[in-house]
Design a protein around this ligand. Structure first.
Ligand code: 6R9
Length: 655
């Protein structure tokens, strides 16, 4: 009998069934249908994916081998020739989709643009011709450092079209972080903008590019600049070019380069807790298929849907589910430059109402922030067009799930909680909304073709309902292929933590989870964040959810603080809803609330009230920084992905 690796302590019993009408019209209509697909895929994964690849995508040449698996290195659709830009654009032009909105864009100041498939194709071809003219060749890498404007998607598709890999660097990253990524990727060209709008202020992107190139990234010969915010910027003669100048006279036709299925499509950097960011490599054919099929089934994408994912394109969610997945499906994808801000706290709901959004996909951090702002904002808008809501990025606290379901979804929209990672390319564990009954806080069941499990350190399945390591046991088409220029790091990071006795390679994602009696997966947080109290290993998610279920708490993060007797003490960082004020009495009440919800073992020894929590740009709470603070240590490790530096200073000051 193996020791439980993480203990599960919170019990959530609520169950939500798909509506009959929703199921009838859905791609996957019942739990039985899901089970059949799952079993079919499990029995013959290669046959399952090959059938879908044939049906869903256009290939210039068919593959001669579905999977070449040399653990832990996989190749999918070996020998196949394909171009994802062709699948996202050209193939729709000979259908009625030619004049359908491909991309609806809403700028923060209220300007907007809609591009049909025909128009998007033309602009992508123009940019492809321009970057060729700037010396970019098949196999080169291009850095993209953009605000959320259509040209960000256009740039990605233009690169893919000519066979150049892109590396999108989130527009909020510093010059230093940009430089590191451009250097590692050896980018030849940077595509950027003068600036972007964020909370009514200009983010000076071009200035950051100038700084990055002053201090390094000598592989960059040219910079292509899109005019967005129109402030004065420096243009380096010979190096910097305005897009609007070069666009004039660029041909709107550019054939899509037939790419090998395994040619690199993009590198996307993700930061671990320590060490330099990893360049996650995705290739063409498998990624195209995986982002396409997962979106179609899990979000039940229909021809007339207006689909909106609020992520930034600098995040994997933006790659797979703003750009490639939706366009490959011929859907209408909405892109929004803004975020809720004091001048317009209800802006998201204005956009839903204005365009009649049907599918809305966001992150728990955003949902918690929206809860804090109050339901009068969504209540004042017509949200009746919504038919499905998605969430990604962190475990969603049941309290936030219920709010999302009731206030935004009007108790009628299924909530699709998608567990996945930059490394996985697309959804891994997710409900299929017409089939899967949902439980608040659970990402439910694996996508067909994904053999996921919960295991101990030897790779043995954890069969009771305590927690363990969330792993994937068979390669899938959307998986990362390697760490750029560092296959050894790929192997060590993802495939060597858990070593089954039979020597098999299984993918370990870094998350702890448990399975309930229905086989549902409950992600309990990163195993790096697990807290060890008197020998009990507790995940962060459940204690935080207990805190968030208190009516005065908006958000919570718990970490361990070294303790001589217990091993670790639980310290909770808590932000309060609206007008509520911190007090000694409230601190006591919250500790008792956790005890009532999950038991004495999870009682925080300390509550620290704060206005804000340190988060990554994609909204994930950075618990390791809080761990440093709780222990009274200096902050260590990489902080380049931190959203707002002042949060740390405030926490230090207040602590
Ligand atoms: C897509 C994305 C990956 C990590 C992942 C996990 C957390 C994401 C989640 C979730 C619980 C969900 N995560 N979705 N945890 N439930 N639905 O977020 O990619 O930025 O690489 O982060 O995010 O910890 O391992 P990425």
């Amino acid at each position: 009998m193996s020791q439980p690796t993480i203990e599960s302590i919170l019990q959530e019993k609520r169950l939500f069934h798909p509506g009959a009408e929703f199921s009838q019209n859905a791609h996957i209509k019942s739990l039985d249908e899901y089970k059949q697909l799952y079993e079919k895929a499990q029995a013959d994964p290669e046959g399952f994916w090959a059938e879908l690849a044939e049906k869903e995508l256009d290939w210039f040449e068919k593959w001669n081998q579905v999977l070449d698996w040399q653990p832990p290195f996989a190749k999918w659709f070996v020998g196949g020739k394909i171009n994802i830009s062709y699948n996202c654009l050209d193939r729709h032009l000979t259908t009625p989709r030619r004049n359908k909105a491909a991309l609806i864009w809403e700028g923060e100041p209220g300007d907007s643009r809609t591009l049909t498939y025909g128009e998007l194709h033309r602009e992508v071809c123009q940019m492809a011709n321009v970057i060729k003219q700037l010396g970019v060749k098949k196999g080169d890498c291009v850095g993209i450092y953009m605000p959320m404007i259509p040209e960000a998607a256009i740039a990605m598709l233009a690169c893919a079209r000519i066979g150049a890999a892109h590396t999108v660097v989130f527009g909020g990253f510093s010059a230093e972080a940009l430089k590191d990524r451009l250097e590692d990727a050896e980018a030849k060209l940077v595509i950027t903008a003068d600036g972007g709008w964020r909370k009514d202020a200009i983010v000076p992107l071009k200035e950051q590019v100038d700084k990055a190139l002053q201090t390094g990234a000598s592989s960059v010969d040219n910079v292509l600049v899109v005019k967005r915010t129109a402030q004065n910027i420096h243009m380096e003669p010979g190096r910097d070019h305005w897009w609007h100048d070069l666009q004039q006279g660029a041909s709107g036709k550019c054939p899509a380069e037939p790419m090998d299925s395994e040619d690199m499509l993009f590198i996307l950097y993700t930061s671990g807790t320590t060490g330099k960011p990893k360049g996650v490599v995705h290739t063409t054919g498998g990624y195209n298929l995986y982002s396409h099929v997962t979106l179609k089934w899990a979000f039940d994408l229909q021809e007339t849907d207006i689909y909106w994912c609020t992520a930034d394109v600098g995040w994997i969610t933006g790659h797979s589910y703003i750009v490639y997945g939706p366009l490959s499906n011929g859907a209408t994808t909405l892109m929004y430059e803004g975020v809720p801000r004091p001048s317009n706290p209800g802006c998201l709901w204005d956009v839903v109402e204005k365009y009649g959004v049907n599918i809305f996909y966001t992150a728990p951090t955003a949902i918690r922030a929206l809860m804090k702002m109050g339901e009068h904002h969504p209540n004042a808008r017509d949200l009746s067009s919504l038919r499905l809501l998605g969430t990604v990025g962190e475990p969603i606290n049941p309290e936030a799930w219920i709010w999302y379901h009731r206030v935004i979804g009007g108790n009628r929209c299924p909530i699709v909680d998608t567990w996945w990672q930059t490394e996985t390319g697309g959804f891994m564990i997710t409900p299929l909304p017409g089939a899967t009954p949902t439980k608040p806080g659970s990402a439910t069941l694996p996508f067909p073709g994904i053999i996921a499990d919960i295991v101990d350190a030897e790779g043995e399945a954890v069969t009771n309902q305590s927690g363990g390591y969330l792993v994937v046991k068979h390669p899938w088409p959307g998986m990362m292929r390697t760490v750029y220029k560092d296959p050894e790091r790929f192997k060590q990071t993802y495939w060597e933590h858990i070593r089954p006795k039979n020597g098999e390679y299984i993918y370990f994602a870094g998350d702890g989870a448990h399975k309930d009696e229905d086989g549902y997966f409950w992600v309990m947080g990163r195993v790096d964040d697990v807290i060890n109290v008197s020998g009990h290993r507790l995940g962060t998610m459940e204690i935080e959810s207990a805190l968030v279920s208190h009516p005065m708490v908006a958000e919570a993060a718990v970490v361990g603080k070294p303790d001589e007797v217990k091993g670790e003490d639980i310290v909770a960082f808590v932000t309060l809803e609206g007008e509520h004020q911190p007090s000694e009495a409230l601190s006591k009440e919250l500790k008792q609330h956790v005890v009532n919800e999950i038991g004495a073992i999870a009682r925080p020894s300390e509550i620290r009230f704060t206005d804000d929590l340190p988060k990554t740009r994609s909204g994930k709470i950075m618990r390791r920084l809080l761990r440093n603070l709780a222990a009274g240590q200096e902050i260590s490790g990489d902080t380049s992905t931190l959203q707002d530096r002042t949060v740390l200073e405030k926490l230090r000051g207040g602590a």
